[in-house]
Ligand binder design. Structure first.
Ligand SMILES: *[C@@H]1O[C@H](CO)[C@@H](O)[C@H](O)[C@H]1NC(C)=O
Ligand SMILES: *[C@@H]1O[C@H](CO)[C@@H](O)[C@H](O)[C@H]1NC(C)=O
Ligand SMILES: *[C@@H]1O[C@H](CO)[C@@H](O)[C@H](O)[C@H]1NC(C)=O
Ligand SMILES: *[C@@H]1O[C@H](CO)[C@@H](O)[C@H](O)[C@H]1NC(C)=O
Ligand SMILES: [Zn+2]
Length: 454
């Protein structure tokens, strides 16, 4: 049994590490310049294999008739410290206009991550993506590969669903992109802040290099990655059109010193939403670190006020979706009415019916009550003193994961989720079988996009 003091000191280290990360990542992208000459011929670069960068919606659709997409993404480790914040942001909302719950994308770094939370988020229909094992700038390929493998093995996310990557600190170069593209298993990167004075770029493939967005990294070398999408971080602008930042809102000009207040965050988000909604409806990204919100709880209220305002004001055409859904919709773009029934915006609904057998999938379907109580008797607690403690449905490894051993030998007989996933079921790692569950309705949107990447 792990002593309380050991756990406490691990959490203290964890918080200081998270704060360090936050201080360095995405605080400001500096002045965004356009350092490259981008050109893309839509007669040559055609979907689904290739997609030209544009500020206009795909398919020649009129922006007034398409859904407005909001992508809420979280970066870094997921654990008990940031869990209450993640719940504040992701739970309790009305569903999207098509009946699917809000879905977010989590770029997970493995160090300090407790994997049972990853299983829960995946089972609840969120997208899990990759952010290196140790949160390293200009990510070496081993960091990317090991992170994908460890999250698959211990978080129970099928390999064919781990398709996205964000560079830690948004710091990248040609070598890190070579490594990412070279793995051949990733569909998209999302690391390049872009000036949203243009009203924002839609995602595009890097066949013809970056459209803009080399401010936080180096676009050196040929920098051409056929089929690899870039989901830009369109920066938030202040009301005087100066840049606020791509991630975690900064103080606004003339506003409170230090952290923005809830009202300032609400007004900032509303201003940027309306520019997009009344413009070309480029997706609005809300790119945050849960750990940033811990220090100043009032900030959370500003975000929640904004979510509530969009739900009340635009119940028919605003969708909170993950990055895979966004790309899937872009490959088959449809107007508001058609989008409502489109599989591109479909979802995996959690299997929370109490009549389902209890399996180790992060969800307690017998009695709801939070992730810690989920899957009673099935989650295993792993300890790697003095720093690392985490739980998983997939057996404790004999050492903590690292870049050379992302999946060390594991105790017990738990079986890792099949690489290709489980179709309309949920994976039972104890019985090593797919559990088909009455309440699980799957619209397999990712198969559309994966085909395009390969
Ligand atoms: C956007 O344009 C305005 C007006 O031209 C300019 O003052 C502002 O600095 C620009 N913002 C960014 C982020 O480039
Ligand atoms: C976030 O959730 C916690 C409970 O986990 C609650 O006490 C707190 O008031 C919430 N914060 C906001 C801003 O809603
Ligand atoms: C990973 O752990 C193994 C076993 O302890 C060790 O031999 C190896 O050097 C570690 N790799 C890294 C990159 O730390
Ligand atoms: C693993 O062990 C448990 C408990 O002994 C057993 O019930 C289960 O069938 C085993 N699973 C596999 C895949 O062998
Ligand atoms: Zn990060």
């Amino acid at each position: 049994m792990v002593s309380a003091a050991a756990v406490f000191s691990a959490i203290a280290v964890l918080v200081s590490a998270a704060t360090l990360v936050v201080a360095q990542e995405g605080a400001s992208a500096g002045t965004i310049t356009v350092p490259v000459t981008y050109s893309c011929d839509p007669n040559v670069c055609k979907p689904p294999a290739c997609f030209c960068a544009s500020t206009k919606p795909p398919g020649g659709l009129d922006p007034k008739n398409i859904p407005m997409f909001i992508t809420l993404t979280f970066d870094d480790s997921i654990n008990s410290v940031v869990w209450p914040i993640i719940q504040n942001f992701t739970e309790g909302w009305n569903p999207n206009p098509n009946g699917c719950p809000h879905s977010s994308t989590f770029f997970v770094s493995n160090q300090y991550t407790e994997y049972n939370y990853v299983s829960y988020l995946y089972s609840m229909g969120h997208e899990i993506a990759v952010h290196t094992v140790n949160h390293i700038a200009n990510a070496p390929q081993a960091e990317i590969r090991a992170s994908q493998q460890a999250t698959n093995a211990f978080g129970g996310v099928p390999m064919n669903q781990l398709l996205g990557f964000r560079h830690p600190f948004l710091a990248f170069d040609g070598a890190s992109f070579d490594g990412l593209a070279g793995l051949g298993t990733f569909l998209y990167d999302s690391s390049m802040p872009e000036d949203s004075n243009s009203s924002g770029f839609w995602p595009y493939t890097l066949d013809n290099g970056p459209a803009v967005g080399c401010a936080s990294g180096t676009c050196d070398g040929p920098f051409r990655y056929p089929g690899l999408w870039e989901i830009p971080l369109n920066t938030l602008l202040n009301s005087d059109l100066t840049e606020n930042g791509p991630m975690d809102p900064n103080p606004v000009p003339g506003g409170a010193v230090g952290q923005p207040t809830a009202t300032e965050i609400f007004e900032l988000l509303k201003f940027n939403f309306l520019r997009r909604y009344n413009g070309d409806r480029a997706p609005m990204g809300i790119f945050i670190h849960a750990a940033t919100q811990i220090a100043v709880p009032a900030r959370t209220a500003g975000f929640l006020q904004f979510f509530q305002w969009t739900q009340e004001t635009y119940p028919n055409d605003v969708y909170y979706i993950n990055n895979q859904q966004l790309l899937s919709w872009m490959l088959n773009p449809t107007d508001v009415a058609t989008s409502k029934g489109s599989p591109t915006l479909g979802c995996r609904l959690p299997a929370i019916d109490p009549s389902n057998p209890e399996i180790c999938d992060g969800i307690n379907n017998k009695a709801r009550g939070g992730v810690l109580a989920a899957d009673p008797g099935l989650v295993m607690s792993c300890a790697f003193p003095p720093m690392s403690y985490w739980s998983t449905c997939f057996g404790c490894p004999n050492i903590d994961v690292n870049t050379t051993e992302p999946v060390p030998p594991r105790s017990g007989n738990r079986t890792i989720v099949p690489a290709a996933g489980c179709g309309a079921g949920a994976w039972d790692p104890v019985g090593a079988k797919v559990s088909f569950r009455l309440s699980c309705l799957l619209l397999l949107f990712t198969s559309v996009v994966v085909g395009a990447a390969n």
